[in-house]
Design a protein around this ligand. Structure first.
Ligand code: CP
Ligand code: NVA
Length: 294
């Protein structure tokens, strides 16, 4: 049974194949309109979501399938009965399950039951659907990812972990910028693969310099302590900061954005920003992931 839990579980050949399918779906959606006929996708969100919820739901309908969202409160997920027994029950009715959960270990553990293909729709640890679809956006906007310099400005969070996993496979240049209070705690973890194309710094202009793509995310992720926000006040990505990047540089953000915190409203709405297409690409990549798993 196949699952989609982390980027690091795959090799580049497999991810390239998923991306190729995503591009085909985007180009000729009609060709895929019946691929999931009579199939049911289950979705469980234990954290808030707009993009993941809608892109999985609409994306699966466009493949001819039916999706059902199970409110964790209503089914008493892990309370009325164990997580494992809920999954065993669901496997009697549905074909594939997407989970957004605060505990990555639960997602891993449930996938190891091997009763239902499971997709990680974000955990405290990673956000692989986001980064694989960002890979598509970068490819469309800039070309081959291997020749890009990507700069991340923000926390050491779920999205960054998946980005680092992608970098380990494709070896593009990745500059990671974060305040020293956060960098010092996580530096060895970030640099553990001893990869020369990955650098870390707490100097934002140094990290952004000559970047082809500047990415950021909320300073405080869902479920994290808001006290860490104070370290980030000099780490806003805005039009001035973007002047250090290459002239053709794009700005990316997985969204939701906190305007005038991690990104200035002006930059988010500028022609450097690709965030809305970035959000739309979630759907095509997730459709391709689903087709691969099924
Ligand atoms: N980027 C992303 O996953 O958005 P949602 O949290 O709204 O699903
Ligand atoms: N890092 C963010 C991503 C939201 C899609 C969070 O976990 O809240």
């Amino acid at each position: 049974m196949k699952h989609f839990i982390d980027i690091a579980d795959f090799n580049s050949r497999k991810l390239n194949a998923i991306l190729k399918t995503a591009k085909q779906i985007k180009k000729i959606p009609k060709k895929f309109a019946n691929k999931c006929k009579n199939k049911t996708l289950g979705m469980i969100f234990q954290k808030e979501s707009t993009r993941t919820r809608v892109s999985f739901n609409v994306g699966f309908q466009k493949l001819g399938g039916h999706s059902i969202e199970l409110n964790p409160e209503s089914i008493g997920f892990g309370k009325r009965e164990s997580y494992q027994d809920v999954i065993r029950t669901l496997s009697q009715f549905i074909d594939i399950l997407m989970i957004r959960n605060d505990d990555h270990n639960i997602i891993r553990n449930l996938s190891s039951l091997n009763v239902l293909p499971i997709i990680n729709g974000l955990s405290n640890y990673s956000h692989p659907c986001q980064i694989l679809s960002d890979f598509l956006t970068i490819n469309e906007k800039l070309g081959n990812i291997k020749s890009q310099r990507i700069c991340w400005v923000g926390d050491y969070n779920n999205v960054l972990r998946s980005l680092i996993e992608l970098q380990c496979l494709y070896k593009f240049k990745l500059n990671v910028v974060m305040p020293k209070e956060i960098l010092n705690k996580n530096k060895s973890q970030i640099l553990k693969k001893n990869n020369t194309n990955l650098m870390v710094t707490n100097v934002i202009n140094e990290g952004v310099k000559n970047a082809d793509c500047v990415m950021t995310d909320a300073w405080v992720s869902m479920g994290e302590k808001s006290t860490k926000k104070r370290y980030f006040k000099n780490y806003q990505v805005n039009s001035d900061i973007m002047k250090n990047a290459s002239v053709h540089a794009i700005f990316m953000h997985c969204l939701p954005a906190y305007r005038n915190e991690e990104v200035s409203s002006t930059l988010l709405d500028s022609n450097k920003s690709v965030v809305w297409e970035q959000a739309q690409n979630r759907m095509f990549v997730q459709q391709a992931i689903i087709l691969d798993l099924l």
